[in-house]
Write a protein that binds this ligand. Structure first.
Ligand code: CDP
Length: 224
């Protein structure tokens, strides 16, 4: 199958909007591959923190991004063979990821890696710029949102569930800052792609959101 014919569903949205869960389940239901592009930014951030790469050294960071030696299996993420599934979820890593994601050379450094995830029978790509930059011809584009309070609550439960400590006020402040950084950066700012369906999941369960995305995809296939 030529690469351009391999279907892609892009799911973009702000931090803790539920994208990860929804994207994962949609991929499972369709038997598609799943790209967690945020994990690539987190892996780059983790490498930088470990190597003490200065966060203003754009070129060194870009080299780290381009040369990421990572692999994914089921729910696990590996960096140079080490299981870093837990390590990349720490808030410090998330915050660093969000900072280095503002650097154009870092973003560019991760493009080739992201494109490689497009493989038969299809891909569900989760991130901030999947529909706008990386897969602009995706068959279905969805932009997920949820109120900042809902997202902070979700993130709180997620962190506690993973054994990290968390504080609601810090999380709210952190989410608001991250939203601002994602939306205001000059390269690939977070915004709905042209033709994206908007999905506000504040009052929805993950299953309801999954059904909605699958419904849109079924219609897109019929019409496309
Ligand atoms: O868990 P959370 O939604 O906060 O973040 P993530 O999806 O794991 O991504 C970590 C960071 O990478 C985000 O805060 C974004 O700033 C950045 N990112 C990005 O710029 N572009 C993407 N396609 C994915 C993530």
């Amino acid at each position: 199958m030529p690469n351009s014919r391999i279907p892609v569903i892009s799911l973009d949205g702000p931090t803790a909007s539920g994208k990860g869960t929804v994207a994962h389940r949609v991929a499972e239901r369709l038997g598609f591959h799943y790209l967690d592009s945020g994990a690539l930014y987190r892996l780059t951030a983790l490498s930088a923190l470990r190597l003490r790469t200065p966060l203003n050294d754009e070129h060194a960071l870009a080299r780290l991004a381009e040369g990421l030696n990572c692999s994914f299996s089921e729910e696990e993420v590996f960096l140079a063979g080490e299981n870093v599934t837990q390590a990349i979820r720490a808030e410090e890593v998330g915050n660093t990821a969000s900072r280095i994601a503002t650097l154009p050379t870092v973003r560019q450094g991760l493009v080739a890696l992201q494109l490689r995830f497009r493989a038969p029978p299809g891909l569900v790509a989760d991130g901030r710029d999947m529909g706008t930059v990386v897969f602009p011809h995706a068959q279905l584009k969805v932009f997920l949102t949820a109120s900042v309070e809902t997202r902070a609550e979700r993130r709180y439960k997620q962190l506690i569930g993973k054994g990290f400590s968390a504080n609601m006020d810090d999380l709210l402040k952190d989410l608001t800052e991250r939203d601002a950084r994602d939306a205001n950066r000059s390269v690939a700012p977070l915004k709905p792609a042209d033709g994206a369906y908007m999905l506000d999941t504040s009052d929805m369960t993950a299953d309801e959101a999954v059904e909605q995305v699958l419904g849109w995809y079924a219609s897109a296939r019929k019409n496309g």
